[in-house]
Design a protein around this ligand. Structure first.
Ligand code: 6PG
Length: 245
C-alpha cells in the first residue's frame, strides 16, 4: 500500500519482510532503468543496514539491467578499512557478488584515515562524475535514536549546509564516521528509507511527526521537490496512528 504522509514523505507499507524487500528491489531496478534511459547512467548511494543487505542480495540475481552504466557511492561509512566486518563497502560488495559494474565506477568512502581530505576528495568525485544532478537514488536506514546515514543526534554534521560529505564525530558511540550532509541527500532525485521489524515501531512515528528540525535527524529528510519514500513492513509501521496525515 502506497500512501502520502505529507508533502515531503510517502509511505509504502508491506504486509511482511519479504514483500517489503521485493518492493524495494523492484523500486531500485525501476529507478536504475529510468535513469539509464533518461541520462545514460544510474548513480546510487548505498547504505549499511540489514534491509539494504537483503536488497543487494536480491539485486545480485538481476540480469535485465545494464550494470555497466551503474555508479556506486555510499551515503555513509564507518572508520574501518574495506576488509573490516563493519565496513558498509565490504557488506555491499559481498552481497552484490559478481555483478559486472566497472571497478572505476565504484567509489568507496574512505573514512578510516585522513578524514577531512578524504571527505573533500569524495565530494570532488561526486561533483566530477555527477555534476549538478546528484544521485538518482539515495538509500537510507533509520536508527532507534532517529539517526540516518551517519547524521546522528547532537553532532556537528547536522549543521553543515555548504558541503556534500563530511567526517562526523559521534560522541554517543565514541567513533568517527563519514556521511552525506542534509543538502546532499535532499538534492538527490529519489530518496528511500528502509525500516523493517518491530524494533522500528517507536522511532518511525516520532520521526514522521516531529518538526523538520528536531532531535531526530531523519525528520529533515525529504522535500516537496524530492520526497522521501519510506518502505516499511506492518510491524515497523504499527506505531503510525490512523489519524496521522
Ligand atoms: C550504517 C547505516 C545506518 C543504518 C541505520 C539503520 O552505517 O549502519 O548507514 O544509518 O542505516 O543504523 O540500520 P538497520 O536498518 O540495520 O537498523
Amino acid at each position: 500500500m502506497l500512501k502520502t504522509f505529507d508533502s515531503r514523505r510517502n509511505l509504502f507499507i508491506a504486509n511482511d519482510t519479504a514483500e517489503a524487500i521485493a518492493f524495494a528491489t523492484e523500486h531500485w531496478i525501476h529507478s536504475a532503468k529510468q535513469a539509464i534511459q533518461q541520462r545514460g547512467k544510474f548513480a546510487v548511494a548505498l547504505s549499511g543496514g540489514s534491509t539494504p543487505k537483503a536488497i543487494y542480495q536480491a539485486l545480485s540475481h538481476e540480469k535485465d539491467l545494464d550494470w555497466t552504466k551503474v555508479f556506486l557511492f555510499w551515503s555513509d561509512e564507518r572508520s574501518v578499512p574495506p576488509d573490516h566486518p563493519d565496513s558498509n563497502y565490504k557488506m555491499a560488495m559481498e552481497s552484490f557478488g559478481k555483478l559486472p559494474i566497472p571497478p572505476h565506477q565504484i567509489f568507496r568512502m574512505k573514512a578510516e584515515e585522513h578524514r577531512e581530505q578524504n571527505a573533500k576528495d569524495y565530494e570532488e568525485k561526486i561533483r566530477h562524475h555527477l555534476g549538478k544532478h546528484l544521485f538518482d537514488l539515495v538509500m537510507l536506514g533509520v536508527g532507534e535514536d532517529g539517526h540516518t546515514a551517519s547524521l546522528f543526534p547532537n553532532t556537528e554534521a547536522l549543521h553543515v549546509e555548504d558541503r556534500l560529505v563530511v567526517p562526523n564525530y559521534v560522541e554517543a558511540h565514541k567513533t568517527w564516521r563519514m556521511t552525506f550532509t542534509f543538502p546532499c541527500i535532499n538534492q538527490s532525485a529519489k530518496i528511500a528509507f528502509y525500516a523493517l521489524g518491530a524494533s522500528k515501531q517507536t522511532i518511525i512515528p516520532q520521526v514522521l511527526n516531529a518538526p523538520i528540525v528536531s532531535s531526530y535527524p531523519a525528520s529533515k529528510i525529504g522535500t516537496p521537490e524530492h520526497p522521501a519514500l519510506w518502505i516499511l513492513d506492518k510491524a515497523a509501521a504499527s506505531g503510525i496512528s490512523k489519524s496521522d496525515p
